[in-house]
Design a protein around this ligand. Structure first.
Ligand SMILES: [Zn+2]
Length: 429
């Protein structure tokens, strides 16, 4: 048994429904076999378990592991290409790089970089867009399994409007997906997701085969893109004969509580109503939306309809792996919406980056906060001496202010230790 002593912040109760930041300035978390078995003040827990090994985490804060609900494995090396809208960025930056993953040696190197960058940013659970190439998806799952990262991922499919080498067929997409799911769905912390790239690049036949695969792999996940960019939305509607974007997925049985759709910057009221009804979650990716000029995410409309929202970094259109940066950008985007914007506190941002992600991925009974009964997936944010974050945290008036400073100023470099399931996966350099 290990007893961790730290200042612990988390959001077990949803701040969007009246919950507040939970803070314990000198907490004790007793961890056994990767599970938090007891939580209380350090002095109390210590008294009850005098023999437990104590790990002191002075300074900074201990937070739940961050949960990213939308990120692309093949795009680590193309982050930061600015100045283009979505469809041009795909053609010039993302898709040429995705083609390189046909080479499994190349894919293996990218997988190591990808998993290292996620964990280094403090992300312990992620819903990941895999590759268009099945062997590359295998190496991603292998790298994640070896690292302790919890991932849900799968083969990405498309059969038009990408590049010919990235196109598949309905039958091949199904067969390759089925084999990958047999190997990885439910193996350790890995789960399989059915991933049509987006309706624009998928014929109705291909989406139908995705629907079959989703049904044939019990408890598989479904993820794709939705309503990201106005040109994309108009093209999808034209290609599919005028229905809503969401209909393209809905008509093939792809919507339900195990569905996560990225972006949704331009939804109709009808789509929001349907997503809430079906229990679909939206992955909000604010740095990507800003970088590609996609638009200002209508968070209040999602909340009003009861659509669940979590955060995604959307690397490589997003500008990095840190969900602190995504949280800050989510806050800034809402400010730019003026009176239509949601006013987000630090507790909202932490919730979006942790418990809301766990909820979207059906893992809320295991991760998302640091209460008793949860897995010990945690990150220690300890700013380097003399940095603005260190100064700001030392001079904050309370935990809410300290956490706001973390979202404003923290980077991956401030995440000095990361645990998943009680195992240290990133340790201080
Ligand atoms: Zn994306």
């Amino acid at each position: 048994m290990t007893l961790y002593r730290a200042q612990v912040l988390d959001t077990p109760d949803d701040p969007f429904s009246g919950g507040v930041l939970r803070c314990e300035a000198d907490a004790g978390l007793l961890v056994e076999d990767g599970l938090i078995v007891e939580r209380g003040s350090f002095a109390e827990v210590r008294r009850r378990h005098p023999a437990a090994e104590v790990v002191q985490l002075p300074d900074g804060v201990l937070l739940p592991g961050l949960i990213d609900t939308h990120v692309h494995f093949p795009q680590v090396r193309v982050i930061g290409a600015l100045g283009m809208p979505l469809l041009e960025w795909l053609e010039r930056c993302a898709l040429p790089e995705e083609s390189r993953l046909a080479d499994v040696g190349y894919a293996r190197a990218v997988a190591a970089e990808f998993v290292g960058a996620l964990l280094g940013a403090g992300t312990t659970t992620a819903l990941v867009f895999g590759s268009h190439f099945a062997p590359a998806v295998d190496v991603l799952f292998e790298a994640a399994a070896a690292s302790g990262l919890r991932i849900t991922s799968g083969l990405v499919v498309g059969d038009r409007m990408l590049r010919p080498d990235l196109h598949t067929t309905a039958q091949r997409g199904y067969d390759e997906g089925r084999l990958l799911a047999e190997r990885w769905h439910g193996a350790g912390h890995s789960r399989y997701a059915v991933i049509p790239r987006f309706a624009l690049s998928c014929s109705d036949d291909l989406l139908a085969s995705c629907g079959h695969l989703h049904r044939d792999v019990p408890d598989s996940w479904f993820t794709s893109h939705l309503n990201e960019n106005l040109d994309e939305v108009a093209t999808v509607r034209r290609l599919f004969g005028g229905g809503t974007y969401l209909d393209c997925y809905d008509r093939h049985g792809l919507l339900g509580p195990r569905s996560v759709l990225a972006h949704d910057v331009h939804p109709t009221d009808e789509e929001l109503k349907r997503m809430a009804e079906a229990g679909v979650s939206v992955a909000h990716c604010p740095t990507s939306n800003a970088a590609l000029g996609s638009g200002l995410f209508p968070l209040n409309r999602h909340l009003a309809y009861g659509v669940r929202v979590a955060l995604g970094c959307d690397v490589g259109a997003g500008t990095g792996f840190s969900l602190f940066k995504e949280g800050l950008q989510a806050y800034l985007l809402q400010r730019l919406r003026g009176p239509d914007g949601a006013v987000l506190t630090a507790a909202h941002l932490l919730h979006l980056a942790t418990a809301a992600g766990a909820q979207a991925l059906g893992l809320r009974d295991q991760v998302g906060d640091l209460g008793a009964g949860m897995r010990f997936d945690a990150i220690w944010v300890r700013p380097h001496h003399g940095t603005p974050l260190h100064i700001g945290m030392r001079h904050s008036s309370g935990p809410d202010e300290a956490l706001a400073r973390v979202f404003a100023l923290a980077t991956s470099h401030d995440v000095v230790q990361v645990w998943t399931g009680g195992e240290a996966v990133v340790t201080p350099a």
